[in-house]
Ligand binder design. Structure first.
Ligand SMILES: N[C@@H](CCC(=O)N[C@@H](CS)C(=O)NCC(=O)O)C(=O)O
Length: 204
């Protein structure tokens, strides 16, 4: 049984989706960013965190959604490839695409839309984020080719990260997903059973 700290409306959703894909048992402590529940385990106050019981029965804590998803994937032997293989390196580079280009554009947009106080919101940052996101869409389209998922027929951790970021991008930032291969890809990942279950958990 894993304990996930963080509301599923945040990046914690990635972990919920990952846990559902792997068929694992978990409970959620729907802690708000910056609150005591998360600050007790992560000094930055950022969610999510995962509490894992170690062999001595003590709690270990993993912070950062990508580290958590990759830990679960490695430990439960799904959604990934063994370390030291070419497939793993290629998969990791898609993780960086998700974090550097997708997550970054949405996160900076959010900071300049509703997170920063008025005096810190800069003009033209949000259109710049929209441009960065558009470029990321082109990069994904080129790298995806005719693949079903980013690594081919196998669904892996970066598909979860990209799928969650696409939801953010369209619902929160109102960025556009181009019709064609990329839109079809996002439809495919968000029609998975585990995604639908994770959405039910999120909306409960
Ligand atoms: N790289 C981290 C980022 C975590 C993060 O920024 N989480 C947001 C909520 S989605 C948060 O807690 N923000 C509060 C803050 O930045 O102070 C991850 O992927 O888990």
């Amino acid at each position: 049984m894993y304990t996930l700290i963080g509301s599923p409306a945040t990046r914690a959703f990635r972990v919920v989706w990952c846990l559902e894909e792997l068929g694992l048992d978990y409970e959620i402590v729907p802690a708000a960013p910056g609150g005591d529940d998360i600050k007790n385990v992560n000094p930055s106050g950022k969610v999510p965190a995962l509490i894992v019981k170690n062999d001595n029965g003590d709690d270990d804590v993993i912070i950062d959604s990508v580290a958590i998803c990759q830990y679960l994937a490695d430990k439960h032997n799904g959604l990934t490839y063994p370390a030291g293989t070419i497939e793993r390196a290629k998969m990791d580079s898609f993780i960086h695409l998700a974090v550097d280009e997708f997550d970054h554009a949405c996160w900076v947009w959010a900071k300049h839309d509703w997170i920063y106080p008025e005096g810190l919101k800069a003009e033209n940052v949000k259109p710049a984020c929209a441009l960065e996101f558009k470029k990321a869409m082109q990069h994904l389209e080129e790298r995806l080719g005719d693949n079903k998922y980013v690594m081919g027929d196998t669904f892996t951790v970066p598909d979860i990260l990209l799928g969650q970021c696409a939801g953010w991008a369209t619902n929160m930032c109102k960025f556009e997903i181009p019709d064609g291969k990329v839109a079809d890809y996002f439809k495919r990942v968000t029609h998975r059973k585990a995604f639908v279950k994770a959405m039910r958990v999120r909306n409960a």
